[in-house]
Ligand binder design. Structure first.
Ligand SMILES: [Mg+2]
Length: 235
């Protein structure tokens, strides 16, 4: 058995609102680095999000963008002053007797900064960032299969905040834990690109029973439901 954790909005509460910073970073990259005016940049992102699931997947496919350079630009803010330590999560991860990996569409540097700020970096056995999955991130099955390939025969518990990421995990036989804080960012922070995530959430939530096994509000609640999760995995 292995435990697969998402990074952003999962290792820390969504209300930390790093999404707004990521969103501004992505918009900044498209405008400042690619030289596309803001209004057009917005349209571009909306198109990519709908067609590829993430902006970077579209930028790579259609604009030949270097994903490493993109990630570095987008995640250039100071994580440490925003993300709080989570001693309960640390205690849980130290006690749980299975490999603990992070599967994220961010880069390794950002993931390490987040895990360090949360206080769990030394509890993580492996980080699968976008590069480690050949730049084919969630929700593409390749990302999940890449992790499973390194743990042959092991069943996985998959923990994420994004509803779109659960159906492929379910297809692959994973036990899914949805971290849903119920957080709604201030309307001024919901850019057109972020509204795609909200629309996607609304449309998928109706069917979530089909592919979500457990729902918790915060990641440290994994400790409370862990016995049931293990029972479900071993059934
Ligand atoms: Mg996430």
């Amino acid at each position: 058995m292995i435990l697969i954790l998402d990074c952003d909005n999962t290792l820390y509460p969504a209300s930390t609102n790093l999404m707004a910073l990521n969103d501004a970073g992505i918009a900044g990259y498209i405008t400042n680095v690619l030289g596309i005016p803001p209004r057009e940049a917005n349209e571009l992102r909306l198109g990519y999000l709908r067609k590829y699931g993430t902006t970077i997947a579209g930028l790579m496919a259609e604009r030949n963008v270097d994903p490493d350079e993109f990630m570095e630009y987008v995640h250039s803010y100071d994580v440490d002053s925003l993300v709080e330590p989570n001693p309960r999560l640390r205690e849980f991860l130290l006690a749980v007797n299975v490999p603990r990996v992070v599967l994220t569409s961010a880069n390794r540097a950002h993931t390490e900064k987040v895990a360090q700020a949360v206080g769990v970096l030394d509890c993580i056995d492996a980080i699968y960032d976008l590069k480690a999955v050949d730049y084919i991130g969630k929700p593409h099955p390749h990302a999940y299969e890449k992790v499973l390939g390194d743990f042959p025969g092991e069943r996985a518990v998959f923990v994420d905040d994004r509803m779109l990421n659960f159906p492929p995990a379910h297809e692959l036989g994973m036990t899914n834990v949805w971290v849903d804080e119920g957080y709604h960012p201030p309307p001024s922070d919901i850019t057109p690109a972020l509204s795609v995530f909200h629309d996607e959430m609304r449309s998928l939530v109706a069917d979530s029973d089909a592919f979500v096994d457990f729902t918790i509000r915060r990641i440290e609640e994994l400790a409370d439901i862990w016995p049931q999760v293990v029972e479900k995995v071993e059934r």
